[in-house]
Design a protein around this ligand. Structure first.
Ligand code: GTP
Ligand code: MG
Length: 370
């Protein structure tokens, strides 16, 4: 049946039946607790409650999982999403620059990556790899932790002259927690003080056993400066990606994650988004976290305007009414009314949480005074 009762829906969301009925009323649907509603309405409600709908069949609405399931025959291969992690100054941005034959690092203030950048590299073979750069500063641990969750493969950059450092260990832990395969890039091998074997030894102490030591972790000696080993690094990434059989449905409404977002003078809210499934198009209505907007323009990682962005493509999105948060999920919805409904609900929830928080605070104050 393409229906679900109000009670069952409430159960699956772990919400009160009465609250579901109220939400239905706000949508103009009058229903009792035992009444059936169709799956489209159910999905709306699920989103309204801040859950993600997961439609297994037309009739089946699961809760708390991402999107609805695509059919196998709709899936096509997609590029791997690779997050570059490592200790401060070990050469993450330089390595990406070398791979892109561009020079982002030199344009950064003080040479420290201040945000998560996202780029796509097109190889001579025609294969593409999507890279996410992460800042090495300790304060960005949180963001980096999030990075690991959109990631198919982690490239762990370790400077051959410096070895395994605290943030190297942190990155290993994030990658392991997210169960993402790690490829080691032993960087700065052009330096006279480079000791790649010492790096392998140190990695061993953290449970990463490279091939030369009888393990299955791929490692490459590279230099962002001379370009040494870069082709082998790309080869290893593609090898790893092949094993993962990465696929997505490009022909559906887009979903993905906000990698970063900022307010720019003259451009308004600019959000870098990574499309995970579907194709994002100019004119689409996007909900990202508690913000929404109609996509006014899409700009690729080379600064060019594009009409659309498919799976595993990072793209700058212009047109949101405000800036969402890094790590927010986004999805395309069918109407402005729907977008408003969802974001107003989320903003209300946020306000309620804040009010509850401050109420708790003032109660504690009171008890202290008694
Ligand atoms: P954060 O973003 O601050 O964490 O640093 P990062 O890991 O992105 O390092 P970045 O690419 O900014 O490089 C740090 C310094 O190391 C710069 O001065 C680079 O020129 C230098 N460097 C990076 N790769 C190499 C390399 O392969 N060889 C040599 N000799 N220097 C390198
Ligand atoms: Mg950097």
């Amino acid at each position: 049946p393409e229906v679900i009762t109000v009670q069952e829906l409430a159960n699956r969301m772990a919400e009160r039946g009465a609250d579901v009925i109220k939400a239905l009323m706000r949508m103009g649907v009058m229903a009792t607790i035992t009444q059936n509603i169709d799956t489209d309405t159910a999905e709306l409600i699920v989103t309204e409650f801040g859950h993600r709908a997961h439609r297994v069949s037309e009739a089946d609405v699961e809760v708390g999982v991402k999107g609805d399931v695509d059919r196998d025959e709709d899936l096509s291969p997609r590029p791997p999403v690779v997050t570059v992690m490592g200790h401060v100054d070990h050469g993450k941005t330089s390595l990406l620059d070398a791979l892109r034959h561009t020079d982002v690092a030199s344009r950064e203030a003080g040479g420290i990556t201040q945000h998560i950048g996202a780029y796509q590299v097109q190889l001579a073979s025609g294969s593409r790899i999507t890279f996410i750069d992460t800042p090495g500063h300790a304060a960005f641990t949180e963001m980096r932790a999030r990075g690991a969750n959109v990631t198919d493969v982690v490239v762990l950059v370790v400077a051959a002259d410096d070895g395994v450092m605290p943030q190297t260990v942190e990155a290993i832990q994030h990658a392991k927690a997210a169960e993402v395969p790690i490829i080691i890039a032993i960087n700065k091998c052009d330096l006279p003080g480079a000791k790649p074997d010492r790096v392998r030894q140190e990695l061993l102490q953290h449970g990463l056993v490279v091939e030369a030591m009888g393990g299955d972790v791929l490692d490459v000696e590279v230099s962002a400066k001379t370009g040494k080993g870069l082709d082998k690094l790309e080869e290893n990434i593609l090898l790893q990606a092949e094993i993962l059989e990465l696929k997505a449905n490009p022909a559906r409404t887009a979903e993905g994650v906000v990698v970063e977002a900022k307010l720019e003078r003259g451009r308004g809210s600019v959000a870098t988004m990574l499309v995970q499934r579907g194709t994002l198009k100019v004119g689409d209505i996007v909900v990202a976290g508690s913000e929404w907007g109609r996509v006014r323009a899409l700009v690729n990682d080379r600064g060019q305007n594009v009409e659309s962005a498919g799976p595993a493509t990072p793209v700058e999105v212009l047109g949101l009414n405000a800036t969402p948060l890094a790590g927010d999920e986004f999805s395309v919805v069918e109407s402005e009314a729907r977008a408003r409904e969802i974001t107003e609900f989320r903003q209300r929830k946020k306000r309620e949480a804040q009010v509850a928080q401050s109420a708790r605070g003032s109660l504690e104050q009171m008890f202290k005074q008694i």
